[in-house]
Design a protein around this ligand. Sequence first.
Ligand code: 13P
Length: 256
Amino acid sequence: MNRRYRKTIIAGNWKMNKTPLEAKTLIEEMKPLLAKCKWCEMVLCVPFTDIQTAVKSARGSKIAIGAQNMHFEKSGAFTGEISADMLKEMGVKYVIIGHSERRQYFNETDIDCNKKVKVAIAAGLRPILCCGETLEEREQDVTLEVVRKQIKIALRDVSPDDIKKVVIAYEPIWAIGTGKTATAEQAGEVCSAIRDCLRELYGARAARAITVQYGGSMNAKNALELLTQPDVDGGLIGGASLKAPDFAAIVEAANQ
Ligand code: 13P
């Protein structure tokens, strides 16, 4: 973390978990535990069907609500899809774009991510753009190339002014939901390479102000060590964001 230049953001990604009633219960449980949070922003990216309840339950707290995906068209004949404007009107502040599960199971490409990032920003949402390598790519020693390519395509034509609204989440695919975390050095190395790439695209000043999160089995135990890396500015948390004490412990680590 480097709080002098950028915000630390701890975001939960609930994935396909929690009904609206369960969402309400979990947020009510989290609220008192998160009340002391001073230095970081907290976000919960909930299923579409939980958004209304989550926004209502989080009212009066510092928790912002995010979505996990959106469509890149403004409106139209896209059965089953949700637009950026719909999310915005519901009170959503953040939207995850290009999560590896979307890429893997729903064939999302870097070009789709690029369209979504631009549409999200235009609607007034902050995209959390995900990138990360597979185990095979890491073993082939092409991690940095893979991540750079993902970032460069997804941010194409995003203006220097708009880049301030983007959060990047580095999520090595082999660490997602596996209980296998990247070491602090591995996370730090890739997050720093991401910042180098942002520097090339937008200059040193802009790059220094962008929040780059780590995601992949981040939990109450390993959060502090990961967050001590200078270029790791927060976390995108799956499993551990479904338990109030665990999520609160990660937020506490980010406040140290
Ligand atoms: P886990 O924390 O469950 O590994 O999930 C990480 C993730 O995919 C967050 O988007």
